[in-house]
Design a protein around this ligand. Structure first.
Ligand code: ADP
Ligand code: MG
Ligand code: MG
Ligand code: MG
Length: 400
């Protein structure tokens, strides 16, 4: 019999108190549940007298989806805490510190990052993050290289892969990203004014071919240990610091899926500038900033990944420069294709993004949604023809 049960606030406080070296012996602790309550509980436990605090995140055994309950394995909490530990080792300073994990209770106790802002909100508020491209490309290159067959012993990789079998959360991605947006599925959700645009998605054979190929990669291509849910809501940020949270979707999959998630969310924000920019000139400047960030992320990722390969590559067979060039070209293509798939699902699928959903005027929102759809479809259709990040920039520029 498992002891698992959802924590109460007094229990969260008790767990926090048991973590050595955080709180002062004297001084009361207070707890506040700050999660959105759909999949997980997130308790912020603090000691007002000392100003110290931490986070207790606990998985719930179900997700609320369109009014129903969708069972979800609690094992994802183990996966999340183990992924955070691996990421902390490979990309120091870019994830919250883990203080404690209890797999039976499906909880992780970690560093409180309340001094940072969730990046999606930071962007909506007009923030600029000059160090972000460097930080996130470092996170991507190091976590993905050192868990791939290029950067880790290939037998050890097969063993590690077994600790990150994540069928329930992979199924969410397989259904909600690669299937439902392309058919008249019950889970889809979109504004009435987008019905015609959605029907075009459902009847586009060229698009369906590319989505099937991307889905096949997601299902079968165990290239490296992915974060698996790397949108701007999984990134805490300040102008100086970047921290990646919430790797509960981690599994061994195609590297481009994580890179594409970052691109997609910057491009969704690009589309949302129809509303958030106050005039044409600031909209243009903001869009250039976002596209410049995408370009910098790819350029730094490409440089860092190749440098790691040259210095730490474990595989003699993978040495030829022509193989490295071919591999990097395929990573770019995958990143672009997955970015497109992630954009489309955020407009017509189950879960949307605040950047676009919070646009109050329906006409302006429709414009932003259509820009996002146009970019997303074009990225999907062109992914296998792409040989440079310039292609993505051109696609975005011509849709806006
Ligand atoms: P979920 O998997 O349910 O999306 P997240 O890990 O994304 O959970 O956390 C949900 C919210 O809880 C975040 O958007 C953030 O507001 C808060 N949160 C999560 N982790 C931390 C942390 N380490 N420090 C501060 N707040 C956090
Ligand atoms: Mg959430
Ligand atoms: Mg989250
Ligand atoms: Mg999550």
């Amino acid at each position: 019999m498992s002891n698992y049960h959802p924590l109460t606030e007094p229990e969260a406080i008790q767990i926090a108190q048991s973590i050595p070296g955080i709180f002062e012996p004297q001084g009361e602790l207070v707890s506040r549940e700050i999660g959105d309550g759909n999949l997980n509980l997130v308790f912020h436990v603090s000691q007002p007298s000392s100003g110290r605090s931490l986070i207790v995140k606990q998985a719930l055994p179900y997700a609320k989806v369109v009014g129903e309950s969708w069972p979800l394995s609690l094992d994802r909490a183990r996966i999340e805490s183990e992924a955070l530990l691996i990421e902390a080792r490979l990309a120091p300073g870019l994830v919250p510190r883990v203080y404690h994990a209890d797999h039976e209770m499906a909880l992780t106790v970690m560093e409180d990052l309340s001094s940072h802002k969730i990046m999606r909100q930071g962007l909506i508020d007009g923030g600029t993050y000059p160090l972000f491209a460097g930080h996130i490309s470092e996170f991507l290159a190091r976590t993905l290289f050192f868990t791939s067959d290029l950067g880790m012993n290939q037998q050890e990789k097969k063993t590690l892969l077994g600790s990150f079998i994540n069928p329930d959360l992979c199924k969410i991605t397989e259904d909600l990203i690669f299937d439902h947006p392309y058919t008249d599925a019950d889970t889809n959700s979109f504004d009435d004014h987008l019905r015609g645009d959605a029907e075009l998605l459902w009847n586009d054979a060229e698009l369906h071919l590319e989505v099937a190929l991307l889905r096949e990669k997601f299902l079968t291509h165990a290239q490296a240990l992915l974060h698996g849910d790397l949108h701007t809501g999984s990134i805490f940020i300040t102008p100086e610091s970047t921290k990646v949270i919430d790797p509960e979707f981690a599994y061994f999959g195609p590297i481009g899926f994580d890179i594409g998630a970052v691109f997609a969310n910057l491009l969704l924000h690009f589309a949302s500038q129809e509303h958030w920019a106050s005039d044409e000139s600031s909209r243009g400047a903001r869009r250039q900033y976002l596209l410049g960030t995408v370009r910098d992320i790819w350029t730094s990722f490409d440089n860092t990944f190749r440098a790691l390969w040259d210095e730490h590559g474990v595989d003699r067979v993978a040495k030829p420069k022509a193989y490295q060039d071919d591999y990097m070209r395929r990573l770019l293509q995958d990143s672009i294709g997955f970015a497109g798939a992630k954009m489309v699902r955020r407009i017509v699928g189950l879960a949307h993004v605040a950047d676009i959903d919070r646009i109050p005027d329906a006409g302006v929102r429709a414009k932003a949604q259509r820009i996002a759809l146009a970019i997303g479809k074009s990225l999907i259709k062109n992914n296998r023809k792409t040989s440079s990040i310039d292609r993505l920039i051109d696609i975005a520029d011509s849709a806006a």
